[in-house]
Write a protein that binds this ligand. Structure first.
Ligand code: GLC
Length: 756
């Protein structure tokens, strides 16, 4: 059969139209149908009929919290060969997987990555993940997750960038560019997926999948910006979210998908539903049956149905009956084909098992076997020698992670660590004679990975105990006692106690919301026992969310928040504990003192009785503090920084203008360090009530002891735009305050106005 669309010299739109024009309705619906874990034997007939457009490869019900058998290049090539060489039109499948924070090289969970306030490192992590995933035969990852989250009970707070739209937007751009590069055809690039559009993190009660109540201005000014940034960065796909907003499930929302995302934002890729969400419109009570669910999803703009099978079963009939406009199907298929063409899948549908990237034909069989490095040109490195070398069955996996990948994971993990307390500079540890190491994470391996780790390997991971032993001088006695009571016995004789505690990854991620954010059962009691002797107590907390730590804040000598730091997490933690690295992480999310304060976030509206107003009984509790235990943007280092001399280039800014805001920082401590200087702005009065503060910029600055430096922020009027009373988006004349400081509660203050 003549296939003119295969001519790579033709313009993309022409190629799409040539192919679309030859497709039957059945073949079009096939492109909109995604299944899970396809194999060349289980669905070969459907493949030959062109009835499948995509397959994802995911573990089972425990989404993201259970490893599966992994993906094999040979298996993916076998599936692709049937689709390309045995179906009438030879349209390749697009293969997807949740490569959420690394493939074989596991980086910190995204919330930990956000704590690094380091877009360059986040982008490089995405680039490495894409390289490794592409080498394994994958074309598409379901990340970055861009859900703004203000409720740490929600387990999926682990997967995003926290509570702030500005930080979330910066990191969204970095991740999309890291996965996709400038051209999806380039080797080692995969399609990214901005998810979960939209408002998923506002689940009532922090309970996953729950209803959300989000006003139109909050939707646009808080939840939308990271998705708008991803679209501007050219994200290839968007995933619609499970939740309904004020009764309208996003999966069935024409207003949010077709009008806002595809229309107003100009998104030209394709939208995939979340797992089974098309069918869930029935459970939402938004569709009476499967056919109506299909109609509403297609009309809303869901281009691809993730694994519900309802498009496959009902869409053609709905079109033939005239209940679904065929043009909507064409638009969906056009979008899907566009991304497949952009990926170069029509020219190179296969993947070289030997690490040669995407190729046009399956190579003569070469036994990949052990030792194959699918990362082209990557150096082989030694691995922890204390574990066996054979990869798990079915995996065409390298026996080691390239050193350059490890180095990036180490850097990002180190920068993700947030020092929350350091009484009397107990850290970095100074040559104690006896260290007691305790806590469940002392000997943890895969638990350091965190949720949504499908391809990390236990054999790659060093434990905290191993890393400490390797880094400490031989004369230092390191004793590891995991039983809390035994640890208490030995704690008496130690010079320092390091307690590695927190929550197991199984408690965070999808469908893992908690009713309390207290430390898991038994840990506080064990810590109180350790405290009894007055030995310096250093607590390293591993978690997928903010936990409430009031007792630690009062009684521990040091608290280092490590999130779930990934494959290089142990080394990063030990480097900071021993002073080989200085901590520079900053919180991307507010830490409540107790669960009852949730939701608590820095960029809240002032209300008519602000807490700051000091009014008795104002917007506050009568049984405890109203402020977070640790605020957004907070983090300590091993040195201190002084902010001074805030200067504005002008005291006023035109509605189409800009000003520069700068400050001087001085390292007033005794050691070098990096500070994350943050710029906040407040719009004092407007047609709608505006937040008390909004992050508008941040800059990392490294200074030697006594050294001074300057941070300069360029603030554009468009940075002050918001959803106004009349529904337009823009800046309004009036007075503004601004701060440059170390977190959302502190800083040197200035002001400017926007003249009417
Ligand atoms: C899950 C998640 C989504 C994930 C998808 C595929 O239910 O909501 O984030 O990408 O299904 O595994």
């Amino acid at each position: 059969m003549n296939r003119p669309w295969l001519d790579p010299q033709l313009p993309e739109p022409e190629r799409i139209q040539l192919l679309l024009g030859t497709m039957t309705l059945r073949e079009k619906v096939g492109q909109m149908h995604q299944i899970a874990n396809v194999t060349s034997t289980s669905q070969d007939e459907e493949l030959r009929a062109g009835g499948i457009g995509s397959s994802l490869f995911a573990s089972g019900a425990w989404a993201g919290n259970q490893q599966d058998a992994g993906v094999r290049v040979e298996g993916l090539n076998a599936v692709q060969r049937i689709a390309v060489e045995e179906s009438p039109l030879g349209i390749p499948l697009i293969f997807a997987r949740d490569v959420i924070h690394g493939f074989r090289t596991v980086f910190p969970i995204p919330l930990g990555q956000a704590a690094a306030w380091d877009p360059e490192s986040v982008g490089r992590a995405a680039e490495i993940a894409a390289l490794e995933a592409a080498a394994a035969g994958l074309h598409w990852t379901f990340t970055p997750m861009l859900d703004i989250a203000r409720d740490p009970r929600w387990g999926r707070i682990a997967e995003g960038s926290g509570e702030d739209p500005h930080l979330g937007s910066i990191l969204a751009t970095a991740a999309v560019r890291g996965y996709q590069g400038d051209d999806l055809r380039d080797e080692g690039r995969i399609a990214a997926c901005a998810k979960h559009y939209i408002g998923y993190g506002a689940a009532e009660g922090g309970r996953d999948y729950n209803s959300t109540q989000i006003g139109p201005r909050t939707l646009r000014d808080v939840y939308l910006p990271p998705f708008a940034a991803a679209v501007r960065a050219g994200v290839a796909t968007v995933m619609a979210s499970f939740n309904e907003i004020d009764g309208i499930p996003v999966t069935g929302s024409h207003e949010l998908i077709r009008d806002l995302l595809k229309g107003e934002l100009g998104f030209d890729g394709f939208v995939v539903s979340d797992w089974g969400a098309v069918g869930e419109l029935i459970a939402h009570g938004f569709a009476a049956d499967a056919a109506e669910a299909v109609r509403k999803s297609v009309e809303a703009g869901i281009d691809m149905d993730m694994v519900s099978g309802l498009y496959d079963r009902h869409l053609a009939a709905e079109v033939e009956a005239g209940r679904v406009d065929a043009a909507l199907v064409d638009d969906a298929v056009r979008r899907i084909l566009r991304i497949k063409f952009r990926l170069g899948l029509f020219e190179r549908p296969y993947t070289d098992p030997g690490g040669g990237g995407r190729i046009g034909a399956i190579p003569a069989r070469r036994e990949p076997g052990i030792g194959t490095m699918p990362f082209p040109g990557r150096d082989r490195v030694s691995r922890p020698t204390n574990v066996q070398q054979t990869p798990p069955a079915g995996m065409t996996q390298p026996i080691s992670i390239p050193e350059s990948h490890r180095a990036r994971a180490r850097r990002l993990a180190t920068r993700s660590l947030v020092l929350l307390k350091n009484t009397d500079s107990v850290l970095p540890l100074r040559t104690p004679k006896r260290i007691l190491l305790t806590g469940a994470f002392a000997r943890a391996r895969t638990e350091l990975f965190g949720t949504w780790t499908l391809d990390g390997q236990e054999s790659d991971v060093t434990t905290i105990e191993e890393a400490l032993r390797a880094a400490l001088p031989a004369e230092v006695k390191l004793e590891t006692k995991l039983f809390p009571d035994e640890a208490v016995v030995y704690g008496r004789y130690a010079d320092a106690i390091i307690a590695c505690i927190g929550e197991h990854p199984i408690r965070s991620g999808e469908a893992n919301s908690t009713g309390t954010i207290d430390l898991p059962p038994g840990q506080l009691e064990a810590l109180k026992g350790l405290r009894a002797y007055g030995v310096p107590l250093i607590v390293v907390v591993f978690a997928g969310r903010p936990l409430a730590l009031p007792w630690l804040a009062d009684h521990a000598d040091a608290i280092l928040y490590a999130w779930h730091p990934g494959v290089e997490g142990a080394g990063a933690v030990v480097d900071v504990l021993l002073g080989n690295e200085s901590p520079s992480g900053r919180l991307p999310v507010s830490f409540p003192r107790r669960t009852g304060q949730i939701p608590i976030y820095y960029n809240h509206r002032p209300t008519g009785r602000p807490v700051e107003g000091g009014l008795r009984g104002g917007n506050r509790y009568c049984d405890g503090p109203d402020t977070p235990l640790y605020p957004f943007g907070f983090g300590l280092g091993y040195t201190t920084f002084e902010y001074s001399d805030l200067r504005l280039s002008s005291a006023s800014m035109r509605t189409d203008g800009e000003i520069e805001i700068r400050a001087t920082l001085r390292n007033s401590g005794a050691v070098a360090g990096e500070e994350v200087a943050q710029l906040y702005v407040r719009d004092l009065a407007a047609s709608v009530s505006r937040p008390v503060k909004e992050l508008k910029g941040f800059a990392r600055i490294a200074l030697a002891p006594g050294e001074s430096g300057e941070v300069t922020f360029r603030l554009l009027a468009t940075d002050l735009a918001f959803s106004r009373l009349d529904g337009s988006v823009g800046v309004e004349p009036g007075g503004f305050r601004c701060w440059i400081g170390p977190d959302a509660t502190r800083g040197i203050e200035g002001g400017f106005d926007v003249p009417g």
